[in-house]
Design a protein. Structure first.
Length: 158
């Protein structure tokens, strides 16, 4: 019976944590007096790495830069991490779990942190929109396949 459990698939959250956080207001207080509609630029970055056997760290990082009249109002960089134990899952499914399911679990924590930091800095909250990590993963895989195909074709030309 113990052997059956040893080979059973396992997915478990070990820990969620804030890995990095930065807030900059390089043009304050002067920029706070400027009038105009702020422009907000948001970039997301995903990361996954093996910590030890069956233990993985998945991170989601958001960079939020808000400008008014081409001057930075504020810049927030936040990186939320999660540690997951994943055992007895086929490699292809493991990649999907690390690229879709885990970021989906980590992301709500990141959204709350970004909103809270903006508010504490004296600005209206920036609420990050929902992200379809499955669509993001599939387009990354398609791009990798396209690049691999292009490399293989160009590598065979004499």
């Amino acid at each position: 019976m113990a052997d059956d459990n040893a080979n059973a698939p396992l997915f478990q959250i070990q820990r969620m944590y804030l890995k990095d956080l930065s807030l900059e207001q390089p043009n304050s207080p002067q920029v706070l007096l400027e009038q105009g509609q702020p422009q907000v630029e948001i970039n997301l970055t995903l990361g996954a790495e093996t910590i030890s056997e069956a233990i993985y760290e998945v991170t989601v990082m958001a960079t939020v830069q808000t400008k008014i009249n081409d001057k930075t109002l504020f810049l927030v960089e936040a990186k939320q991490g999660g540690i997951f134990e994943i055992r007895n899952i086929p490699d292809e499914q493991l990649k999907q779990i690390l690229g879709i399911a885990c970021p989906g679990i980590v992301y709500p924590y990141l959204r709350a942190i970004v909103s809270d930091v903006c508010t504490r800095a004296g600005f209206p909250p920036v609420v990050l929109s929902e992200v379809n990590f499955q669509s993001m993963y599939e387009s990354q895989q398609a791009e990798l396949a396209r690049l691999t195909e292009t490399t293989n074709v160009s590598g065979t030309i004499n």
